[in-house]
Design a protein around this ligand. Structure first.
Ligand code: C5P
Length: 220
């Protein structure tokens, strides 16, 4: 049967993950956090002492293809290490952005992502869900928010976790990652031609969820 897929793409810290997880819960669908796969690849590379550059692309792709992943009780495991916290660190996001620019790494993760589409449906979040992984998805949303707003949200999240970083350095990190994600040759961050744009700068999570659900219902 045709598995319905809703794609939520957008820049770093636009709230994609929160929105996608909430939507999946509301619909009773599966949820794919594609960024986590790039974060895990970066982490696996660090654990194996492999540099995150184009000279090591084949080795990095091999690591991506064979990620010893396990999801259990809301935790993420890489081999026998619980990496639930490690993959959310700013460093892991920056490392993910570097490995994700390598075409062989993206190709290595393609099937794993496609395979996540299972009944009754999938909400997938990332950068290229609507453009590359699920180009035939019936609903694609491109989520945006201003860079200052995104930096402030990330800052609050990190503070709540007891991590101390300056707003200025977060803003600079976001801009660096946005620039690399948009500039790369393979699967750059950009809205699919048929994506609906949602700027959530002034919306609550609940309001964003309601908007996407309304779009989804309108397509039924
Ligand atoms: O979304 P998240 O911040 O977890 O993604 C981490 C990094 O992984 C992004 O900055 C981006 O470079 C990369 N990514 C990607 N394609 C995706 C998801 C994430 O290139 N579908």
């Amino acid at each position: 049967a045709d598995v319905p897929v809703i794609c939520i793409d957008g820049p770093t810290a636009s709230g994609k993950g929160t929105l996608a997880a909430a939507l999946a819960a509301r619909l009773g669908w599966h949820y794919l956090d594609s960024g986590a796969l790039y974060r895990l690849t970066g982490l696996a590379a660090r654990r194996h002492g492999v540099a995150l550059d184009a000279a090591h692309e084949p080795r990095l792709a091999e690591l991506a293809r064979a990620l010893p992943l396990r999801f259990a009780d809301g935790r993420v495991w890489l081999g026998d290490e619980d990496v639930s916290e490690a993959i959310r660190a700013e460093q892991a996001g920056m490392d993910a952005s570097r490995v994700s620019a390598l075409p062989a790494v993206r190709a290595a993760l393609f099937e794993l992502q496609r395979g996540a589409a299972r009944l009754p449906g999938l909400v997938a979040d990332g950068r290229d869900m609507g453009t590359v992984i699920f180009p035939a998805a019936p609903l694609k949303v491109f989520l945006t928010a201003g860079v200052q707003e995104r930096a402030e949200r990330r800052h609050r999240q990190l503070q709540a976790r007891g991590v101390s970083v300056t707003l200025e350095s977060l803003r600079a990190d976001l801009q660096e990652r946005d620039a690399r994600d948009q500039a790369r040759a393979t699967a750059p961050l950009k809205p699919a031609p048929d994506a609906l744009l949602l700027d959530n700068s002034a919306l609550s999570i609940e309001q964003s969820v309601e908007q996407v659900l309304a779009w989804w219902q309108a397509r039924q």
